[in-house]
Design a protein around this ligand. Structure first.
Ligand SMILES: [Zn+2]
Length: 386
């Protein structure tokens, strides 16, 4: 096969070695820009970081970067294709090192994530570009987007300027689990912020003068679902804090939670229910409640008969990954934002396991397979011309 295993693994190790936790992508962005330019792409970096500073999402920092975007002129006709993988990692992601075991398994040194999420995707895309060039493989116009800050709900791809994109189909290399799968649907994610207000009073002398905010919060939560609401919707209250002293009736509780649903309207309806339950419960005790539900990303579903899906199945067959399976995921990705801009994308399984933990790993053979899959996706289909 044209993919060069040693070169690919060396590239993966290099990408892993960058400290690139979200909003600290400066060094890896510079490196990737240089690689893309060397491979003949026209490369730009936007000012996503400055936009996010203006929005108040982040404050100034020396290690910020923008989204890296490159274009490569096609050598054959065909609709343009966008390839994407994100530059950031979750924590703990500083001082990462790829440890290659004899059996081909690649882990971190144990005290950080490996960062195969998403260095595996980045390495596959770079190797694909190298192979296309070396072997003169015909391909349509290609676009490459390496966003910043995917992990915090895709903040980089949210503010990217999509008017410059030609592609209407995308392959996002950012799905964990077995190869040969691709996510064709992902959820709306709503961030919940609940504040319950009561009234404080001394709990020993005059508890009757207090309005117990924790009691209100507990009762409201107990009458709401937790976990799966139906097969495509889930809710979780993950953080709760309130109260000041053991002998004081607590006057304030704040709760943070999340709603996910493959159906956007269902997510909104559930948020309304949360709001109603908290408000009514608080009112019954003479307190008040405020519920904010912010849409972080929006659900999408890519048509299984789309050109993107057909390309994926063909590429899977060509690389010995069977027919290729389209699945639903309950995780968000940059593809949620792409879908909002009319791009039909799939999130392709890309050689990463146990992501977001220090047990994260990949394997040499999976890295090679994913790079081969990327080549097959970019290659102009030979059998028929449109
Ligand atoms: Zn990822």
């Amino acid at each position: 096969m044209p993919v060069q295993k040693d070169r690919l693994v060396t590239e993966f190790e290099k990408l892993v070695s960058f400290d690139s936790e979200s909003y600290h992508e400066r060094k890896i962005a510079d490196y990737l820009k240089a690689q893309l330019a060397e491979l003949g792409l026209r490369v730009t970096e936007d000012r996503a970081d400055e936009g996010l500073i203006r929005e108040g999402v982040i404050s100034h920092g020396p290690e910020h970067a923008g989204n890296v975007y490159g274009t490569l002129k096609g050598t054959a006709p065909g609709s343009p294709i966008l390839f994407s993988a994100h530059m950031d990692t979750v924590k703990p992601g500083n001082g990462k090192q790829a440890v290659i075991c004899e059996d081909g398994r690649i882990t971190s040194a144990g005290d950080t994530v490996l960062g195969a999420d998403d260095a595996g995707g980045l390495a596959a895309i770079l190797e694909m570009l190298r192979v296309l060039r070396e072997d003169g493989i015909p391909h349509p116009d290609l676009e490459v987007l390496f966003p910043i800050a995917e992990e915090p709900y895709g903040q980089g791809s949210r503010v990217f300027d999509y008017t410059q994109l030609q592609a209407r189909k995308a392959f996002v290399f950012d799905l964990s689990g077995g190869l040969g799968r691709a996510a064709a649907a992902a959820p709306t994610i709503l961030a919940l912020q609940v504040t319950v207000k009561g009234r404080s009073a001394h709990a020993g002398f005059c508890p009757e003068e207090g309005i117990h905010a924790i009691r209100i919060a507990a009762e409201a939560m107990a009458s709401l679902p937790s976990g799966w609401v139906d097969e495509s919707t889930s809710i979780n209250f993950g953080i709760i804090s309130g109260g000041t002293l053991r002998n004081i009736v607590p006057d304030r509780v704040s709760i943070e939670g999340e709603i996910r649903s493959l159906d956007h309207e269902k997510a909104l309806a559930l948020a309304d229910r949360v709001r109603t339950v908290f408000e009514e419960t608080a009112a019954r005790y003479g307190g008040s409640a405020q519920v904010r539900a912010d849409v972080q990303i929006r659900a999408y579903r890519t048509d299984p008969d789309s050109e993107t899906a057909r390309d994926f199945h063909r590429a899977c067959r060509e690389t010995g990954l069977g027919e290729g399976e389209l699945v639903d995921t309950f995780g968000g990705s940059d593809n949620n934002h792409f879908a909002q801009h009319g791009i039909e994308g799939l999130v392709v399984a890309s050689a990463m396991q146990n992501v977001h933990t220090t047990e994260e790993y990949t394997t040499v053979s999976d890295l090679v397979k994913v790079a081969e899959l990327a080549v097959a996706l970019a290659r102009k289909e030979e059998r028929k011309e449109e």
